[in-house]
Design a binder for this molecule. Structure first.
Ligand SMILES: NC(=O)c1ccc[n+]([C@@H]2O[C@H](COP(=O)([O-])OP(=O)(O)OC[C@H]3O[C@@H](n4cnc5c(N)ncnc54)[C@H](OP(=O)(O)O)[C@@H]3O)[C@@H](O)[C@H]2O)c1
Length: 215
């Protein structure tokens, strides 16, 4: 699959790395191939390709958005047309002062992303845990796989993203439509408050038990 990344810092770089190693053609969208962030991502995996943002998005079936929430408008606003029909994976989180919801819980960041790219097929995913957990090598093998919750309105887009989540070693848990993203963003705040403020382990993840289900 052709996958593009807009933003490849703490969150984007490990995901881009692993998806390339799984056999996908992964391109980093950049207007500055000499930037530190590009250099670090390529040091981690030299097989990642580089392309100008519009070209990277045009070629891609799936585009990951892993930029600071405040940068989302600048990052994808100009790419709105190119993103039409693309699966757009929103990894970003609006976090406000005092670890509150950055949009005052009135609407979700993912819905804002959808407004910025109205014809994209937005799926919120890879957002509820710290970046430490996005590197497969940092996750011990447990009998219960850690759950990665995701949501979106387009069932085909969710099937694609669910497949990537599973391939990356997570238990993919579809929690519903994009209107569930506000709840996911509050799960993020719960995690951040427990870990970054409360001192719990950054490798804290949740599992989904389906008791009584045999298949
Ligand atoms: N950190 C976590 O544990 C974590 C976990 C889950 C989700 N998230 C969310 O994921 C997002 C990324 O977090 P992060 O920790 O990976 O941030 P980060 O390490 O600071 O990386 C941000 C990336 O976005 C790029 N970027 C910044 N402004 C941009 C713009 N206007 N256009 C295009 N690219 C731009 C940066 O490129 P340059 O460096 O070249 O500016 C960099 O590649 C945030 O929304 C965060 O809330 C974070």
């Amino acid at each position: 699959m052709q996958i593009a990344f807009i933003g490849y810092g703490n969150v984007g770089a490990p995901l881009a790395d692993q998806l390339q190693r799984l056999g996908h053609a992964v391109t980093l969208a950049t207007s500055d191939p000499a930037s530190d962030t590009v250099r670090k991502a390529l040091a981690r995996n030299p097989a990642l390709a580089l392309a100008a943002p519009a070209d990277a998005v045009q070629q891609a079936e799936v585009v990951f958005l892993a930029t600071p929430f405040q940068a989302n408008a600048a990052a994808i606003g100009p790419l709105s047309n190119a993103l039409a029909g693309k699966v757009l994976v929103d990894c970003s989180n609006p976090v406000g002062p005092g670890l509150t919801h950055g949009l005052n819980s009135v609407e979700s960041g993912a819905e804002r992303v959808q407004q910025l790219a109205p014809a994209a097929r937005v799926v919120k995913a890879f957002s509820i845990y710290g970046y430490e957990n996005l590197d497969a090598a940092s996750r011990p093998a447990h009998a219960v796989k850690p759950a990665m919750l995701y949501c979106g309105d387009d069932s085909g887009a969710k099937a694609t993203v669910g497949g990537l989540i599973t391939a990356l070693g997570w238990d993919a848990v579809d929690v519903g439509g994009l209107d569930q993203s506000l709840a996911l963003e509050h799960m993020t705040l719960l995690w951040i408050r427990m870990v970054r403020a409360g001192g719990a382990s950054p490798y804290l993840t949740w599992g989904a038990l389906r008791q009584g289900v045999t298949a």
